[in-house]
Write a protein that binds this ligand. Structure first.
Ligand code: ATP
Length: 779
């Protein structure tokens, strides 16, 4: 590939691409990017953002490069520009690039009712055209946005909690009486339910006023005990001013307080003997409490969003937890005089947090702990107030007693569920986690050609935000063989995570421990917040495992096989159809399994792992033994899966595949993680030289050696290969000797980085090579 003219290009970002302001996630500064056509969201680092915001069609890459060098003190090489452009192009973000592949509209029940969403939990869309409704409401409420109306309204809303505080005694007394009037209490509950609906609409209206879109309005059911109106507001984090983001989030609570205003004068004017007093007093007190409780900064309440927006942080709670874990890890007492490897890593990670963020995450964690204590204390006081006098002496300890009783019950429940799963896994009810509504991102269009390799730090944003897998200090040995040694890593939800390493490195052991098929000797493993060992029924349905030796019902047709697997998994025929379509076997449903080609069987194995729509998929070399074309077309399927927001853990020996597909890879050698980063970052970190290839009949080895900047010259086949870290300079020099079209540039690949990293693996503990006798092996 020739590079001449690259820096003269003047690319532009496609119009309409949303680029968000700076946010902090963990110790890093990131920006969100969203393609409004495909709905795909990504996170980019500050440097990528710097470049992307300058791609306006008027500036050349050379000019942007100069600005970049002035700001970051480093020049971007051709290889980096190529990576960046390729990445933007494959993500269809460049103007005039590949036509945008608009994802097909998924059927409403697929979008709104993912696996686990049912009668008791889930969401139902209530408004056909939510944006149009919001437009009309926006017009109708224009008067309220005038400062002359808005400011007094806000003052009145703020006055409501003050008034409640002043008249708290009377209101509490009347609320107490309300609890003895169940019918009136239910009526008050209904009024508050209406207030909750208005709360959601208020979020939508303020968002609409700032030009945001309301995606959907509907009813959400939670565990069959609660139903409430929701209004999905999109892209709040893309608003350029934090004040506006906060305004969208705070609007709901303000609406709840405004809703109470008309009831105040009625309540104040009623005589003391009026029968309606408990209802009105209860409404005012409970309505205000509802509004204020919503402002508590804990997820998923509005107060948490407000705090995140105000501080400009992403996933504050998760990142605070991570920060605490890192801080605790760095303090862990060392076994000997020197810090342990894990402790050293934690200290290095801790140093990456700037002082302000340490304060933010630390204070947030502390406040959460205090809030939890305050809630517990509040519950104790409530018990004391609500229960009859003779219990007074000890009723205040009731919440504590309940928590103490709930813990062993919960543990018992988990054990029971695990045993049940072991005996008849197919008939377990869906896990509650799975029933929680979740947004399925649009899948890329079927048939989209396989994308090119994607490197660099730009990663699609994991959806939904959160962690899928956390391993902390995991070790495993088989007799004398230490298969895993103090492995710690985290896989984000929605991440495509590669596990690479030479034979015997410990990959299978690692994956099997996460799957819950093996028990770690030490360390902790958590999958979606739960321990996978012993086999955890709540996790079984969220995990799909594809192995190279997937068992098939070979005498059945592909469709019968999938239908059978779906039935065993408790999934319906729609799920089997979805899985079959997803892997591109739609035309093969009538073929018998043993008549399928190797590639088609691999696809069927994938469909088998997917049939119950798991959130986390383990893939073990799904493209092994496939021809190049079949491999590439399976890549498309895997990308589609990734596009659906699923988390994928991918074990492979094909490094080109890992480079093309994975957001991050962990390279394991000798039972340890020797590198963990995005393929692009790993390649850069190894600073491997670029290779320039010139046909041997155009240049001699001696001439090539004489070129300034050439570090190593080899004769490979019919090519003279020049290795250099100064490809630009060498290219210019070579241009004087041979025609530019004859030069091919090969930038460093993940394979180069991998070979260097695994060249001298850390020594495995005693007896690493010889497998121990008598231990079990399941794969
Ligand atoms: N059940 C077992 N009993 C004894 N030793 C084992 C057992 N399972 C794995 N090992 C050893 O543990 C080490 C790690 O094995 P593991 O299968 O996890 O590596 P791997 O990276 O998956 O290898 P491959 O690339 O061949 O699949 C190897 O030295 C292996 O011989």
């Amino acid at each position: 590939m020739t590079t001449g003219g690259l820096l003269d290009l003047r690319p532009a970002l496609r119009p309409g691409i949303l680029v968000g302001p700076a946010l902090t996630r963990g110790p890093a500064v990131v920006h969100l990017l969203k393609d409004p056509v495909t709905g795909v969201r990504m996170e980019v680092g500050a440097k990528e953002h710097f470049i992307i915001t300058r791609l306006d069609g008027s500036r050349s890459l050379a000019e942007i490069g100069t600005e970049y060098a002035a700001s970051f003190g480093a020049r971007l090489g051709d290889a980096q520009w190529q990576q960046m452009l390729r990445l933007l192009s494959t993500r269809q973000l460049l103007d005039g690039g590949r036509p945008v592949a608009v994802p097909p509209a998924a059927p409403a029940d697929v979008r709104r009712r993912p696996a686990g969403s049912g009668l008791l939990s889930g969401s139902t869309r209530m408004v056909a055209d939510a944006p149009a409704l919001m437009d009309r409401l926006h017009g109708a409420t224009a008067f309220a946005r005038r400062p002359a109306v808005l400011v007094p309204l806000l003052v009145l809303a703020a006055a409501v909690p003050v008034a409640v505080a002043v008249r708290f005694g009377e209101l509490a007394d009347q609320t107490g009486r309300l609890y003895h009037q169940p019918v009136t209490l239910a009526a008050v509950g209904c009024v508050l339910w209406v207030s909750l609906g208005l709360h959601e609409l208020a979020h939508g209206l303020v968002a609409r006023a700032y030009g945001l879109r309301v995606g959907e309005i509907g009813l959400r059911r939670v565990w069959g005990v609660m139903t409430y109106l929701y209004c999905e507001v999109e892209d709040v984090q893309f608003l350029d001013r934090r004040g506006r983001q906060v305004a969208v989030a705070v609007a709901g609570a303000v609406m709840n307080l405004l809703f109470l205003l008309p009831f105040w004068p009625v309540w104040a004017l009623l005589p003391d003997s009026a029968q309606a007093l408990p209802a009105l007093g209860g409404l005012l007190l409970l309505g205000t409490a509802m509004a204020l409780l919503n402002l508590v900064p804990l997820p998923p309440l509005d107060g948490y969003k407000i705090l995140g927006y105000a501080l400009g942080t992403l996933r504050l709670a998760t990142e605070s937890r991570t920060f605490l874990a890192v801080a605790a890890g760095s303090l862990r007492p060392a076994k000997g005089s020197a810090p342990t490897r894990g402790q050293g890593d934690a200290r290095a990670r801790l140093r990456r947090y700037p002082g302000r963020l340490r304060l933010v995450y630390g204070v947030f964690a502390l406040c959460c702990a205090l809030l939890a204590l305050a809630v517990l204390a509040g519950a104790c006081l409530l018990c004391r107030a609500a229960l009859p006098g003779r219990w007074d002496a000890w009723t205040c300890y009731l919440p504590l007693a309940l928590i103490a009783a709930a813990l062993p019950l919960r543990l018992l429940g988990l054990r029971f569920a695990a045993r049940r799963a072991a005996s008849k896994p197919a008939q377990d009810p869906p896990a509650p986690e799975q029933q929680a509504p979740q947004t399925t991102p649009p899948a890329p269009q079927p048939g989209t050609p396989p994308q090119q390799r994607e490197k660099g730090d730009m990663k699609p944003q994991p959806r939904p935000a959160g962690t899928a897998i956390v391993l902390d200090g995991v070790s495993k040995h088989y007799g004398e063989v230490h298969a895993l040694d103090d492995v710690s890593l985290t896989v984000g939800q929605g991440e495509f995570f590669g596990v690479l390493g030479p034979n015997g490195a410990g990959k299978t052991t690692l994956v099997e421990i996460v799957e819950g098929m093996r028990r770690a000797d030490s360390g902790t493993v958590s999958v979606f917040g739960l321990s996978p060992w012993p086999r955890n029924t709540a996790l079984l349905r969220r995990i799909g495992v594809q192995t190279q030796t997937s068992a098939f019902f070979t005498r059945l047709t592909a469709w019968e096989h999938l239908e059978t697997v779906a039935a065993l998994q408790g999934a319906d025929r729609t799920a089997a159809r979805h899985a079959l379509d997803l892997v591109g076997l739609a035309g093969k449903e009538r073929s018998r399994v043993d008549d399928l080609s190797g590639g088609q069987r691999q696809r069927l194995a994938l469909a088998t792992a997917l049939v119950h729509q798991p959130d986390l998929i383990f893939l073990d070399e799904p493209t092994a033994a496939l021809d190049p074309e079949a491999r590439r077309s399976l890549w498309t399927v895997l990308r589609d899966l990734r596009g659906e927001g699923r988390t994928i853990v991918y074990t492979t020996h094909y490094l080109d595949e890992a480079e093309a597909l994975c957001d991050r890879v962990a390279i394991i050698a000798g039972g340890r993680v020797v590198a963990l980063d995005s393929p692009g970052a790993l390649i850069r970190s190894m600073a491997a030289p670029a290779r320039l290839l010139v046909p041997a009949d155009r240049i001699t080895v001696e001439q090539a050696r004489a070129v300034e900047g050439a570090e190593r010259v080899l004769l490979e086949g019919g090519e003279v290969v020049i290795e250099t870290r100064h490809a630009n300079r060498v290219l210019i020099e070579l241009g004087a000797l041979v025609d530019m079209d004859a030069i091919q540039t090969r930038t460093a690949t993940l394979e180069d980085a991998y070979l260097r990293l695994t060249a001298s693996p850390p020594p495995r503990a005693a007896g690493a090579v010889a497998p121990a006798v008598g231990t079990e092996r399941s794969r």
